[in-house]
Unconditional design. Structure first.
Length: 234
């Protein structure tokens, strides 16, 4: 496969693993990044997904370099954890703006080319907490749950154009985001995961590889949990 792929937040963590996995399969992979340098061997475009104009510019750069985006992986996301009583309105709306509205902006821009081509793959990276809930993460969980309704609506709208839209819901994965947790919390998490370990970025990358490859030809509107059994299929 040598498709034109865009992975948001593909400069580190889960996004980087996804970008490398698809590039190893032969795809032309672009990643968005916000600061520093893009990872070696991947085409980097600077983009903040809260800004529609930046998204449009990033897509134009990708289109020029490797053709219209055929596979979009909306991976970029943030969390600002706080108990509801202490959560500011900005903590809530800014997380929604990045995780949910950001995915709307990206998908809206990406489907232009996909509809013309009558083919495309969109994968949204949600989280196990979107469906399980998580104390102190009402903003994050709401944004990640929102992706499910969003993806399923797009799956219905775009199915006749041969565009699939799926959600991957990772559990606890070893990245900068989870490195911030205390040793004690990490041990607690391991105990609650039936497979008894924290996931690796490669676990998510392989699933995205499957969904965007021939294995995903007849899968749309699905939520695929990759969480060691933490969410028991939810
Ligand atoms: P990370 O913090 O290492 O990476 C997040 C990426 O998103 C970074 O590249 C960052 O620059 C980018 N990003 C954030 N806000 C952005 C914005 N406004 N515009 C453009 N890019 C932006 O996190 P990680 O762990 O790799 O997470 C990737 C995705 O997986 C996120 O959506 C996260 O919510 C999700 N996830 C992670 C889990 C974990 O255990 N690490 C569990 C479940 C879901």
């Amino acid at each position: 496969m040598s498709r034109s792929v865009l992975v948001t937040g593909g400069n580190r963590g889960i996004g980087l693993a996804i970008a490398r996995e698809l590039a190893e399969g032969g795809d032309n992979v672009a990643v968005t990044y916000r600061s520093g340098e893009p990872p070696e061997g991947l085409f980097g475009v600077r983009c903040d997904i809260t800004d529609t104009a930046q998204i449009d510019t990033a897509f134009k750069e990708v289109e020029e370099a490797q053709g219209p985006v055929e596979v979009l992986v909306a991976n970029a996301g943030v969390n600002k954890d706080q108990l509801l009583a202490l959560m500011s309105e900005d903590d809530f709306t800014s997380v929604l703006d990045t995780n949910l509205t950001g995915s709307f902006r990206l998908a809206k821009r990406a489907v232009r080319g996909m509809m013309r081509k009558r083919s495309g793959r969109i994968v949204l990276i949600s989280s196990v907490v979107g469906l399980l809930g998580s104390g102190g993460q009402a903003n994050y969980a709401a944004s990640k749950a929102g992706l499910v309704g969003f993806a399923r609506s797009l799956a219905r709208e775009l199915g006749s154009r041969n565009i699939t839209v799926n959600v991957v819901a990772p559990g606890f994965i070893q990245t900068d985001m989870t490195d911030a947790l205390s040793e004690e919390r990490r041990d607690e998490i391991k105990k609650s995961v039936p497979l008894g370990r924290i996931g690796e970025t490669a676990d998510i990358a392989r699933t995205v590889g499957f969904l965007t490859g021939p294995g995903g030809d007849y899968i749309t509107g699905a939520v695929i949990p990759v969480d060691g059994g933490l969410g028991m299929g939810h």
